[in-house]
Write a protein that binds this ligand. Structure first.
Ligand code: DGP
Length: 114
């Protein structure tokens, strides 16, 4: 799998509003926000889609979700709630092929998502 825009964000080759970073994960605001809070959490080592994750990635995938929860608590909207989403391939609506978790908050979400 080749490089994507998100690789350029990790390497600071294109700008992004980074709100979270640790050794393995970066969190930055989505350029096209779908809610008052819309942050993308990505592994620094790219995985193209959820289909490409292996058991060796299990801890990293868990840490992506924990990073979302930690950010929600830090920002004060954890109790009110939020949504995390991983889109996979065409029917999932994935457009950037570097696995990412969307964290959406600040409004009531609809279900089903449509
Ligand atoms: P998905 O459809 O799940 O692959 O989501 C990709 C998201 O990435 C989409 O909500 C828009 C966002 N996005 C695309 N390009 C950029 C970019 O260059 N910068 C930032 N911050 N977000 C981007």
């Amino acid at each position: 799998m080749g490089d994507t825009l998100f690789g350029k964000i990790i390497r600071r080759e294109i700008p992004a509003e980074i709100v979270y970073e640790d050794d393995d994960i970066l969190g930055f605001r989505d350029v096209n926000p779908q809610a008052p809070v819309h942050v993308l959490f990505i592994p620094k080592q790219p995985i193209a889609t959820l289909n490409d994750a292996t058991p060796a990635d299990a801890a990293l995938l868990g840490r992506l979700l924990l990073a979302c929860a930690a950010y929600a608590k830090q920002e004060g909207f954890a109790e009110q709630g939020y949504r995390t989403v991983v889109n996979c391939n065409e029917h999932g609506g994935q457009t950037v092929f570097h696995l990412h978790v969307h964290l959406l908050a600040g409004r009531t979400m609809q279900w089903p998502p449509g």
